[in-house]
Design a protein around this ligand. Structure first.
Ligand code: NAD
Length: 488
């Protein structure tokens, strides 16, 4: 089986609740990462298309069907969309698997349920967003003073290719809860699940223009969208370099910006750790989705007393990876997203080997076609080397020995990034000291890969700006207005 018989959503923009063909626009090929073959071509939205999408979103903001919808009715609509996603599980999971190369068993277990969980969590908010009355603190006289919470306006959501549906929902769900409208630009490699989401939103009754999708690349469409004067807020997930460009582009109009960016997350195994769990989960943290996870634990610090045992355990786990195509539900690991990503990961590993870094021997037989890269364990990695410092976005684990708590904190924090950090210990003292000392937006103790709609997610340092998820995310989609009325 391949995806050849899968019927695809119409490969064009969704604006104002409809599919909008754009025959004159340039096109980008969609490539199946498991075969390297093209399965379609998507348009690159021009200035005119982006303009139309932002205008449709602005119109929706003023449409009483959206602006004046009672909070409970907005919640019900969001739950209706979540119901539709659940009912569409097989199709959505297949589209996500085909686009990303991630095995279908995973897109069914993670991607669709994850998107639903986020949507349902934020569907609980509309009836709980309200302002407050204030007593003026330093002004004598009679006043009625209060604070209103309003939707910030049109949100430009720009997302990467690794988890298209989930990471889009991290933006759409709080935006809808706050009463905003959205223009979403998915990564050019992975538009399918987002097009399906937009179609389902129209089917369940979202007013036209509340959720729009423009297809295209970053250099043309993404840039046009984030610079558009009609956009009030940009919610971005992607690389640090692109995030920096977006932040700079937002300066002239001072748009609100949240950025979820890259990472090089440390993972520390202390001598008292539950070793089998630590080894299995450390391997999973780096190899899940072929390492294409922003908070993958790619720098593994192991106490010297456990070092050889951990290396052996990692070798066993890496050997067990069931590598194969996205349509095979038995597989645990698919290919990298593209030839470009394959070339980047290969070149980084070759440069590491050229400076004397050794890989642990593994014997994977990879499929002949497609962008497959084997799980790779590099041992005794020098913390100052490129492979230990730069984000790789591939299944490559750098293992580094340490002796003391103080030393490992210094090594873990010696990074431009600060997205996540992981600690393996049974000692509550170590767990608390590490939670405080590690410079990261999330510290996982005795667990990995747990993103949850209740927990704020974001980065220290060059890993981002602001937070997604949790109630913290809602503020980014709300404007705060103070009203002061002098009473006669
Ligand atoms: P990317 O930055 O190249 O692209 C991300 C999105 O931005 C795409 O939709 C792209 O078309 C668009 N884009 C590119 N240039 C743009 C511009 N100038 N203006 C507006 N939009 C533009 O990233 P990628 O290669 O798609 O994804 C991989 C990166 O994403 C990795 O660095 C990874 O760490 C990061 N990521 C971060 C998180 C997180 O939550 N922190 C999650 C997933 C991925």
């Amino acid at each position: 089986m391949t995806w050849e018989s899968l019927e695809l959503p119409l490969l064009t923009h969704r604006i104002g609740g409809s599919a909008v063909p754009s025959p004159s626009e340039a096109r980008l090929d969609l490539i199946d990462p498991c075969t390297g073959n093209s399965y379609g071509a998507a348009p690159i939205a021009s200035a005119n298309t982006v303009d139309n999408a932002v205008n449709a979103a602005r119109k929706a903001l003023a449409d009483p069907a959206w602006a004046d919808i009672p909070p409970l009715a907005r919640e019900a609509l969001m739950h209706k969309l979540a119901d539709a996603l659940e009912a569409d599980m097989d199709y959505l999971a297949s589209l996500e698997a085909m686009d990303t190369g991630r095995p279908i068993g995973i897109t069914k277990a993670v991607d669709v349920p994850g998107a639903v969980a986020w949507l349902r969590t934020y569907a609980g908010w509309p009836s709980k967003i309200f302002g407050s009355e204030r007593k003026l603190a330093s002004t004598p006289g009679e006043f009625h003073a209060f604070v209103r919470k309003e939707p910030v306006g049109v949100v430009a959501a720009v997302t990467p290719w690794n988890f298209p549906l989930i990471l889009s929902m991290w933006k759409i769900a709080p935006a809808l809860a706050a009463g905003c409208s959205v223009v979403l630009k998915p990564a050019p490699e992975t538009p399918m699940s987002i097009l399906r989401l937009a179609d389902l939103a129209a089917e369940v009754g979202f007013p036209p223009g509340v959720i729009n999708v423009v297809l295209g690349d970053g250099a043309v469409t993404g840039k046009l969208l984030v610079e558009h004067p009609g956009v009030a807020k940009v919610a971005f997930t992607g690389s640090t370099a692109t995030g920096q460009r977006i932040l700079a582009a937002s300066v002239p109009s001072l748009k609100k910006v949240t950025l979820e960016l890259g990472g090089k997350s440390p993972n520390i195994i202390f001598p008292d750790a539950d070793l089998p769990a630590a080894i299995a989960q450390s391997a999973a943290s780096c190899f899940f989705n072929s390492g294409q996870v922003c908070y993958a634990g790619t720098r593994l610090y192991v106490h010297k007393d456990l070092y050889e045992a951990v290396i052996m355990g990692l070798q066993e786990h890496a050997e067990q990876a069931a590598i194969g195509p996205s349509w095979n539900a038995e597989c645990s690991m698919g290919p990298l997203i593209s030839q470009a990503q394959y070339d980047k990961v290969t070149a980084m590993v070759e440069r590491a080997e050229a400076v004397g870094i050794k890989s642990v021997p593994l014997t994977h037989k990879l499929p002949e076609q497609g962008f497959y890269f084997p799980p790779t364990v590099l041992r005794d990695v020098d913390g100052s080397s490129e492979i230990a410092r730069e984000e790789i976005f591939g299944p490559v684990l750098s293992v580094i020995p340490f002796e003391s708590e103080q030393e490992v904190v210094a090594m873990a924090n010696d990074s431009e990034y600060g997205l996540a950090a992981h600690v393996w210990t049974k000692d509550l003292g170590i767990a608390h000291r590490m939670s405080k000392a590690l410079e990261a937006g999330t510290v996982f103790v005795n667990c990995v890969l747990l993103a949850d709609p209740a927990m704020p997610f974001g980065g220290y340092k060059k890993s981002g700006l602001g937070r997604e998820n949790g109630p913290e995310a809602l503020e980014a989609y709300l404007q705060t207005k103070s009203v002061v009325m002098a009473l006669p």
